[in-house]
Every structure is written in C-alpha cells, then in structure tokens.
Write a protein that binds this ligand. Structure first.
Ligand SMILES: Nc1nc2c(c(=O)[nH]1)N[C@H]1C(S)=C(S)[C@@H](COP(=O)(O)OP(=O)(O)OC[C@H]3O[C@@H](n4cnc5c(=O)[nH]c(N)nc54)[C@H](O)[C@@H]3O)O[C@H]1N2
Ligand SMILES: Nc1nc2c(c(=O)[nH]1)N[C@H]1C(S)=C(S)[C@@H](COP(=O)(O)OP(=O)(O)OC[C@H]3O[C@@H](n4cnc5c(=O)[nH]c(N)nc54)[C@H](O)[C@@H]3O)O[C@H]1N2
Ligand SMILES: [Mo]
Length: 782
C-alpha cells in the first residue's frame, strides 16, 4: 500500500447489511435509547452524567455536533441535547485512547487500510507524533521539538504562499482569531476551510443580495413564523433540535413545507423526547406539504413560487394582512432590480418549471397559496441547496422570493441558512477566509502593528490544485479530515502525499493522518467538552451559532492526557517558534502580540477581538448574559443593506437545472444517521431503514426497471464528467427507495471518490456533492 494506493478502503462486505422499511417518525424513545447506549459505552456512567448534564447549559459547553442555537434561558430544558449530540459527545469524550503503542504496532499503511469506523473507535489522540521522511511508522515527539520542526519548515519555504492552513468548523473564536493572525503574520491568505465545501454558496448569494453573508432570523422568529419552508435539509438527523422549534411553530398554527427529493423522517413525524407526550404519543406531523423535487430543481421551485405570486398579484389577490400580494412599500424603499426579475419570471414558462423540478404546476401552486396565507415566512436550507453548480443562483432566488412579500426585517420572517459545524460561522467572523474584506485586514494590521497580505488566498479546491501542482508544499489542518471531506479523494490524497510537510491538529485519528506528506505530524488537542486550564486558571471559549448568537463554552471533563494542549496553546506556541527572537520578543514585521499572555488568559484574546471585529463591544461582559449576545444583522434589525446601492438586490437568472444523459442518474452524496461528516459512529441509518452497512445506493424503483437493475443487486457507481476521467466507487447494494425520479443517493465520504475536483458551484467553488452524474455498472460488466 501507500504511494499510489487508490483511496482509503471501505468495507466492501455486505454480509451484515439489512434493508427495512424507512421510518416515518424520528426521535422519541428509540432516539433516547440509542444516545444513551453510545454515551454509556464510551464514557462510563460518571462521565456520561457529567457530560450530558453540562451540554448546552449556561456555564457548560456548547454541543459540538451542529450550529443550531440554544434556546434562551426560560425555554431551556434540563436535557438540551439530542441523540446525535450525545453520540458526538460519546465520540469526543470516550475513555479509549490512541497511545504511541498503536503507532508502534501498526505501520501507517496498515492503519490506512482500516475503515473510518475502526479509526474513530480507537479513541482520543494523546501524544504528539511525527513521521520522518521514509519512515513506515509515526513515533512520539516532544511538543517543543514539534513546534521547532514546523517553524523551520515554514521559514524554509520560498514564499509563505507555499503553505496552506485549513480549518474545520469546531475551532473556537479565540483559537480561530489567533490562528488567522499567525497565518497572516506569516504572509499568506491561504486559509481554506470546511465552509468552502459547505455554506459558501449561501455566503456568496447573501452578501451579493442583502450585504451580509449570514442568516437573518432568530430562534424566536422561527418559532413564531406562520410558514416555514425547509429546503435541502435533513434536520431529523443533522439538526435534531431544530425539530423542537418546528414543533413549537406548529403548535402555534404554522404550516411547514419540506422541499426534498427524499421523504426524510423528522419532517414527516417527530416525537419530542423531552416531553411526555413526545415519548409516548404519536408525535407531531411536521411537514404539511412535501415537494419531492428533483436534485438541483430548486431554482425551478423558487422561480415557480415567484411566478405564482406575480400571477396572484396581477389577479388582484392579497397576502394576509396586506393590500396586495407584493409588499410595495418595502419593495419601493428597500430594493432594486424588481422589474427585471419580474420580466424574467414572465419569460419562464410553467412547462420549464415542471421540467426543472419534476413537479406538477399544481403542487407548486399549493405552496404558493400557503405563501399568500402567511405574513411571516421563513425559508431554511442546507446542503441540498448549496452543493450544486447553480447553488448561488438558487439561493439568490430564495432571496427574491422572500423580498417580494417583505419577509425580511420583520418578526417571524426571514432567511435561515442552517450551518453545519458548531462554530463554522464564528470562524468566518474571526477571519478564517481566504479573501477577508479590506476593512478587517486594515484593523488587524493596526491592532498588531504589521501589514497583513492583501492578495486573496486559496480556498479548499484551489488548495488541492496547488498541492497537486507543487505550488503548495506545506499543509496544516486545524481540525477536520481534509482527505476524506474534500472531493476527488484520489486527487486529494496524491496532493497531500506530495507535500513536504503535513500537520494535523486533531482530537481523533482519521485518514488525513494516514496520507502523510514527506514529513508529517499529528498534534493532539483538547475538545469542546474537555476542561481547559491555563496559567491563570480555568478558561472558557466562545462560539457563534447559525443565528449569530455568541456565547461562552467551557468543558468540564478530564482531558485524555495531562500534557494535551488546547488549540489556542498550539497556535500560541507555534507562533512563538515562528516569530520570536532569542529574547522572546516578536521580531519586527511580525504581529506585535504577547502570545504567552494570550495563551495564559483567553480574556486577552477577547480584548483583541473586540478591537478588530465589529459587534464585539463589551465582549467579556456580554458573554455572561444568559444565552450570550447577538451580533448585529442590519437587514433584519433596521432593513439596512450594506450593498453598493444600500438596498437589497433582486437577481434575474435564466432557469437552469442539471440534466443527465440517458441511462444515467444524478447522485447526491449525503449523511447517514450514524455519522458526523467523515466520522462514522456506526453502520446504521435507522430512519432510512438501513442497518449493518453503508455501501448502499438508493434509487427510485421506476428508474431501476428502466436501467435493468433490481433491488439487491450489487453495482459499481461510475461517475462521468467532462474531463473524460472515469471515477469509480465499487460494490454498492442497490436499494429501491422513494426518491425523486432520475435521482439517487449514497453516503459520503465513501462516494467522495466520485466528485470531480473541477465540478464546482459557479462563484462559490463549492464541490457539487449533490449532483454527480453516475451510471450503475453491474460487477463484472465492462
Ligand atoms: N448528526 C450529524 N449532524 C450534523 C452533521 C453530521 O454529519 N451528522 N454534519 C453537520 C454539517 S457540517 C452540516 S453542513 C449539516 C448538514 O446537514 P444537511 O444539509 O441536512 O445534510 P445532508 O445529509 O447533506 O442532507 C442534505 C439533505 O438535502 C436533501 N437534498 C439533496 N439534494 C437536494 C436538492 O437538490 N434539492 C433539495 N431540495 N434537497 C436536496 C437530501 O435529500 C437531504 O435531506 O449537518 C451538521 N450536523
Ligand atoms: N461528498 C460530500 N463531501 C462533503 C460533504 C457532502 O455532503 N458530500 N459535506 C461537506 C461539508 S458540509 C463539510 S462541513 C465538510 C467537513 O469536513 P471536515 O470538517 O474537514 O470533516 P470532519 O469529518 O467534521 O472532521 C472530523 C475530524 O475533526 C477532528 N476534530 C473533531 N473535533 C475537533 C476539535 O475540537 N479540534 C480539532 N482540532 N479537531 C477536531 C477529529 O480528528 C475528526 O477526525 O465535508 C464536506 N464534504
Ligand atoms: Mo458542513
């Protein structure tokens, strides 16, 4: 193995695979039971109680599993966590340990041959490790030696732009802020992050239309909305606590529409495990209407809805509480581009809308009627919308629809891109971005008396290209699993292996450690639930959720090893190794900051953040307020728009949708119920009725008949792209499943081998993980 080995292997055996009926209901007792099983097994009873009791509580730690906000103090329940939050805690706070012996017993190639589930089960990383050029094994290295080696490598580069620094979205505000400062102090903006593969399309679409790349709503808005559209999102698995909010909205009469090629469990029925009624009752039916849209058909859905509103306006109808359908007062005062947009809608025939969406005009009209009956509408979305070629345009189309009825800057209404990683939004606020605006760079330079670089850096896809082409030779991952999360696994793997040095700052073992550069280091670190004690005592960090709420988080569990460093400490020590002279002072030209003081006391970091990042005035005090504080959102609060025209922009886009040649399917790559991104907790996807195996491909029964394939067949998935390269993922069991016609679904990361590096969203360069053209090839066929 090693060298040109294709891609990390996955379990190709289907012996334990069982396919049953998909569930209609999510959570309730099976959810609680499943969560408790995982946590007890990994943590033991004491840590389970200590951990779960502090999760998402004031003074406790923020759940690491998703970026859904915590309810305000009066609404917070004693158990403010979900099944998958408990699983995330079990995975992070496990009592199992990866010790140097594991690396002594197994070569890197042997570990590489294990699957994701096995790697995760080995437990928490405890010791800094290094793999020297040519070595088959990792061996321990002292912390100071590790920092000296990394600093020497960085100083030896011909240009700082030969280094790239990735971030996954769990990193706290404090660590992220110092990290980007260090990187810019070095002289590069090469700060790719997981967001490039996640909500980048949302950021791009929102900045260009409303002037800020964040969602507008608060939790209260969601819970008091009259209509909520949930598009391209599977909250029952990925944001389970969102269902509590949807249920609350529902109890006050809200209508909910699911727009999704799959009938996802939580959206049909939901049993709230935190109420007696939820545990024993039949649960709430969450979605009133399900639009079973074709993959990539959402631009058509939102244009169809816009067209419906326009026709209703022309017919003299009215939106609830208004004199007309369109909110003319709002449109006149606060928007530009309306007429052009409306012309576009008029020019789009319903037949195109039907072709794009795979839906009947009447189904879209039915949702249109719900829009007319609501004066408080929220649109929520996630990866089903952001990972397509035309994602930015699709999300701009959501903005168009929301603007038409004035559903922005009004209580109970607005835009809700539901973020993934628990601090991915905060990391961006802190400057983890390859092209931060000049205002930020200017203030950063002033605060630390240095000149940050201005040339835009590499995002994730460009980083892979640059490594592949030898333009980037150093890679550091602050968390995450770059190899398995990024597209085109074989290309990404070769890119990482070609680096002179790779460094992974991690809590758990993953394949990114096992596709090493010439020299490779693993730096273990504290997780969210771990107690973090520095020279001045116990520290807390802060995070920002999907609704721009910033609040404190402090872990309380005993860390896996005594000399484990926090991410903040790792950055501070590396920065000192990089920037300090013999007297321990920052060299001229590097950021003038007391890295030691920052490591000793995180309040020092928060004071710097306060000076650089707008919205953080009185930071230290305001994180003591219950629930923390909300960063300003001008469109929501004042209907003010930081665009060139100082108004919100309508966008006119010709209707486009992905098409596939005959005999092919459009494949989406998505999450099972038993995984966190590349971390596989187990082989089941309970809600979808899949057990004991992950190598399945869900296909509409009618397509199967046409393709001459049957449920139970084992096929290779072969992806076809304009570059002529055939990408293959072998050995998937076909499952006849209720998905939109022409579409298929299979789990990531096993299918990342199929996503071509150059197949990305226009303008956001997000890999198109939800629209991969594939054919099913029977094993043995040519
Ligand atoms: N337990 C758990 N929680 C998580 C994660 C996890 O892996 N596990 N990951 C976290 C992260 S980083 C993120 S970004 C979020 C992800 O949260 P989601 O976006 O919910 O994650 P996916 O599994 O990718 O699901 C995509 C959903 O969109 C639908 N979909 C796919 N394509 C389309 C389309 O073209 N149109 C429409 N309308 N729908 C479509 C799919 O059927 C599926 O329901 O979850 C976060 N929370
Ligand atoms: N095909 C396909 N590909 C996708 C997606 C998809 O839907 N389809 N989704 C994309 C999305 S939305 C995202 S966000 C990315 C996710 O990409 P990443 O964020 O890179 O991946 P994760 O699997 O979340 O990273 C898991 C690793 O993070 C480390 N870790 C966990 N907690 C901590 C911590 O507190 N500190 C540190 N330093 N390390 C920690 C552990 O070592 C663990 O192995 O994947 C993307 N890739
Ligand atoms: Mo994500």
């Amino acid at each position: 193995m090693g060298g040109m080995a294709p891609t990390p292997p996955d379990d190709l055996d289907h012996a334990d695979l069982e396919v049953g009926r998909p569930k209609r209901t999510s959570a309730g007792i099976p959810g609680v039971a499943s969560a408790m099983r995982h946590t007890l097994r990994e943590l033991g009873p004491l840590r389970t109680v200590q951990g779960l009791a502090r999760m998402n509580q004031a003074g406790g730690f923020d759940c690491m599993s998703c970026a859904w906000p915590d309810p305000g103090a009066p609404d917070r329940s004693h158990a403010e966590f979900c099944e998958n939050g408990a699983k995330a805690l079990a995975s992070e706070a496990t009592r199992k340990r990866v010790r140097p012996e594991l690396f002594a017993e197994h070569t890197i190639d042997e570990l590489y041959a294990r699957d994701d589930h096995w790697l995760n089960r080995q437990g928490r990383l405890t010791t800094p490790m290094i793999r020297e050029d040519g070595d088959a094994h990792y061996r321990p290295i002292a912390w100071d030696d590790a920092f000296a080696r990394i600093a020497a490598e960085l100083r030896g580069l011909d240009s700082p732009d030969e280094a790239a620094f990735y971030t996954s979205g769990r990193t706290s505000n404090e660590a992220a802020f110092l990290y980007q400062l260090m990187v810019r102090g070095l002289g590069t903006n090469n700060l790719p992050d997981c967001s490039n593969m996640c909500h980048e399309s949302s950021g791009e679409a929102l900045v260009s239309t409303i002037g800020i790349g964040k969602g507008s709503v608060t939790l209260h808005d969601v819970e008091t909305a009259k209509l909520i559209l949930v598009a391209g999102q599977n909250p029952g698995t990925n944001h389970p606590r969102m269902l509590t909010s949807l249920e609350r909205a529902k109890q006050q009469g809200a209508k909910i529409v699911a727009i999704n090629p799959l009938p996802e469990a939580g959206l049909t029925h939901y049993r709230n495990p935190q109420t007696v009624h939820g545990v024993v009752g039949r649960g709430t039916r969450i979605a009133d209407v399900h639009l079973q849209v074709r993959l990539g058909g959402d631009l058509g859905v939102f244009q169809g809805l816009g067209k419906f509103l326009l026709e209703a306006e022309d017919a003299g109808r009215r939106t609830l509480g208004m004199a007309s359908v369109l909110d003319h007062a709002f449109l006149d005062r606060h928007t530009v581009g309306l007429d052009e947009y409306l012309d576009g809608l008029r020019a789009t025939p319903w037949t195109d809308v039907e072709a794009a969406t795979g839906l009947a005009e009447s189904a879209i009209r039915e949702v249109g009627e719900l829009l007319l009956a609501s004066d408080r509408t929220v649109v929520a979305w996630a990866m089903g919308l952001t990972q397509h070629k035309h994602s930015v345009a699709t999300i701009q189309e959501i903005v168009n629809l929301v603007l038409l009825q004035g559903n922005l800057g009004r209580p109970g209404a607005g835009l809700l891109p539901v973020r993934g990683h628990s601090n991915v939004q905060g990391d961006r606020t802190m400057g983890i971005y390859e092209k931060m605006p000049e205002t930020f760079l200017h203030r950063l330079g002033q605060e630390f008396a240095f000149t940050p670089p201005r040339a835009p850096g590499h995002d994730t896809v460009d980083t892979i290209r640059a490594m592949r082409d030898g333009r980037v030779r150093f890679f550091l991952g602050m968390g995450g699993n770059f190899l398995k999360a990024a597209p085109d696994t074989a290309v990404t793997e070769a890119a990482l292996r070609s680096c002179a040095m790779t460094v992974q700052v991690s809590t758990k073992l993953n394949h990114s450690h096992l596709a090493p550069g010439r020299t490779a280091l693993i730096l273990p670190t504290l997780g969210r639930a771990d107690l973090d004690v520095q020279a001045t005592g116990r520290q807390r960090v802060t995070v920002e959720d999907s609704m721009s709420m910033v609040h404190a988080s402090s872990g309380n569990l005993r860390p896996p090893a005594d000399d484990l460093l926090s991410e903040v400490a790792i950055v501070c020590r590396l920065a000192r190794a990089l920037f300090h002279d013999e007297q321990g002072r920052p060299r001229p030209g590097t950021p003038q900051v007391d890295w030691q003081a920052a490591e000793d006391d995180y309040r020092v970091i928060r004071r710097h953040i306060e000076a650089v990042v707008p919205g953080f005035v009185d930071y230290e005090r305001r994180i003591d307020e219950p629930g923390g504080f909300r960063l300003p959102h001008a469109p929501h609060e004042e209907r003010r728009f930081a665009t060139a025209s100082e108004r919100a922009h309508f966008t006119r886009t010709p209707l486009w949708w992905p098409t596939v040649p005959p005999g092919r399917l459009l494949l989406q790559t998505l999450r099972s119920h038993d995984q966190y991104n590349t971390t596989v907790y187990g082989p089941d996807d309970r809600y979808r009725g899949i057990r004991g195996g992950r190598r399945v491909v869900l296909v509409n029964p009618n397509d199967l008949a046409e393709l001459g394939t049957a449920d139970g067949d084992v096929v290779d998935l072969v992806s076809e792209f304009t570059d002529g390269v055939e990408r293959r993922a072998p050995g998937f069991r076909v499952v006849a499943y209720d998905t939109a016609k022409g579409c298929a679904a299979a789990y990531f990361p096993e299918t990342n081998v199929l996503v071509p590096l150059d197949s990305t969203a226009d303008r956001s360069q997000t890999p198109t993980s939800k629209s991969v053209v594939v054919r099913l090839e029977h094993a043995g066929a040519v």
